[in-house]
Design a binder for this molecule. Structure first.
Ligand code: FAD
Length: 383
């Protein structure tokens, strides 16, 4: 039966059923509003399940630090908040320095973070690095450590927000693609393949397609989809607790409780924005595998069992769009998280709910404004 002509009324229409859309739905429902999440595929179809799941304050852009610091507290109280912790494990994160110059960069970075009033990034020496990461290669000289960071299971964390939001009255519509948005009086009318959804407020959490949605309401941000690649090994004996990255190379590396090792770090494949299909670049994956073996000799004999790419929206300055539309009333954006929006998911949903219910937020979001590239020849750098 066709539902194309049906009209549904809500307090807020959220476009996108990834972590950010589901977190916004939870926080809005918690504030006693009735949101609907419109997702063209299924919840967590894109970045929010392809993600490496790193819960990382370490190495954040200064603009993101206040948000990441607020978000880590929410990760630590996730079970109380949602009844499910999304398998968050606070195993810490380490960024390895492979030589004296990189260790010097660690010192400079920690000093910069301290100057901003934060003390979560701590420089560690060779001995402490080996205590935290016993299997690290002999040549590594130290690094940076954030003790309360960790990782979670992306699909489970997203689902935990979705289920709690639904329990509180939010509605999630899967297989529902937003095709057009119009203004009618005081309300937004969102046209989809399954009828029209009306609400006074709109939240754009459409990930790598966020700019398309933004353009439907008159904003014109710069965003490009990028296919971030990941690999996972077969089960290995337990050898690693923290999530590990490198100061000088593209690497993100963690061992799950089952023993498998998940490897990422920013190598990219290709993506077709229209078909949403990705292609892996095996030469870059081979480079990634070589990096892993160089930093963790134990991985030389590991078997890789699966590779994939997930599509994420990137911006010219590598930070997301968060905040109100500049072109339209009662529209709020949160998209373009540039490969590091998983950790920010809990807090950005709460920021969006504050903006909707109070018209302001207590966290600094000015650097993320939607029109920051207006009139500039800004482009997303090649990855
Ligand atoms: C491989 C990979 C590894 C990553 N690793 C990390 C990490 O370790 N740590 C970290 O912090 N971050 C990481 N990230 C980034 C993080 O996963 C993302 O920033 C986050 O999941 C983005 O969530 P989102 O809700 O904005 O987007 P998405 O999860 O992509 O959700 C957007 C949703 O909008 C839907 N949508 C789009 N257009 C429409 C439309 N017209 N109508 C209806 N629905 C629509 C899409 O189908 C999609 O499901 C990684 C990302 C990738 C891809």
């Amino acid at each position: 039966m066709s539902t194309a002509g049906t009209v549904h009324d809500f307090d807020v229409v959220i476009i996108g059923g990834g972590l950010h859309g589901c977190s916004a739905a939870y926080h809005l429902a918690q504030a006693k509003l009735k949101p609907v999440v419109l997702e063209k595929h299924v919840v967590a179809r894109h970045a929010s399940s392809a993600s490496a799941g790193g819960v990382r304050r370490l190495g954040r852009d200064p603009a993101e630090i206040p948000l990441a610091v607020a978000s880590i507290e929410m990760w630590h109280s996730m079970r109380d908040m949602l009844g499910d912790d999304g398998e968050f494990r606070a195993t810490g994160q380490v960024r390895v320095a492979e030589n004296a110059a990189e260790l010097q960069k660690c010192e400079e970075r920690a000093a910069r973070v301290r100057a901003l009033g934060y003390d979560h990034e701590v420089v560690i020496d060779r001995k402490e690095l080996r205590r935290l990461v016993p299997q690290v290669a002999e040549h590594c000289v130290g690094g940076l450590h954030t003790a309360r960071d960790g990782y979670a299971f992306p699909f489970k964390a997203t689902t935990a927000f979705r289920l709690k939001a639904e329990e509180l009255g939010a509605v999630v519509k899967e297989g529902t693609k937003v095709e057009a948005i119009e203004r009618s009086g005081e309300r937004w009318v969102v046209r989809t393949n399954h009828g029209q959804f009306r609400a006074p407020v709109l939240v754009n959490a459409a990930g790598a397609w966020g700019a398309e949605i933004a353009r439907m309401v008159g904003d014109d941000p710069v965003e490009e989809p990028v296919a971030l690649m990941m690999m996972v090994s077969g089960r290995m004996p337990h050898f690693l607790d923290p999530t590990v990255g490198c100061m000088g190379r593209k690497l993100s590396f963690k061992q799950m409780r089952a023993g498998t090792v998940v490897i990422g770090g920013g190598h990219v494949g290709t993506v077709d924005r229209e078909t949403e299909l990705t292609e892996l670049d095996f030469r870059k994956l081979a480079l990634s595998a070589r990096t892993v073996s160089a930093v963790f000799p134990i991985m030389k004999d590991a078997t890789l069992v699966r590779c994939w790419a997930g599509v994420e929206g990137f911006t010219p300055d590598d930070i997301p769009y968060i905040g109100p539309s500049k072109a339209a009333p009662n529209v709020f954006h949160s998209f373009g998280f540039c490969g590091h929006g998983f950790q920010l998911g809990p807090v950005v949903g709460s920021i969006t709910a504050q903006l909707v219910t109070q018209g302001k937020t207590n966290l600094p979001i000015e650097p993320f404004r939607i029109d920051r590239f207006a009139g500039k020849d800004a482009r997303v750098p090649a990855h």
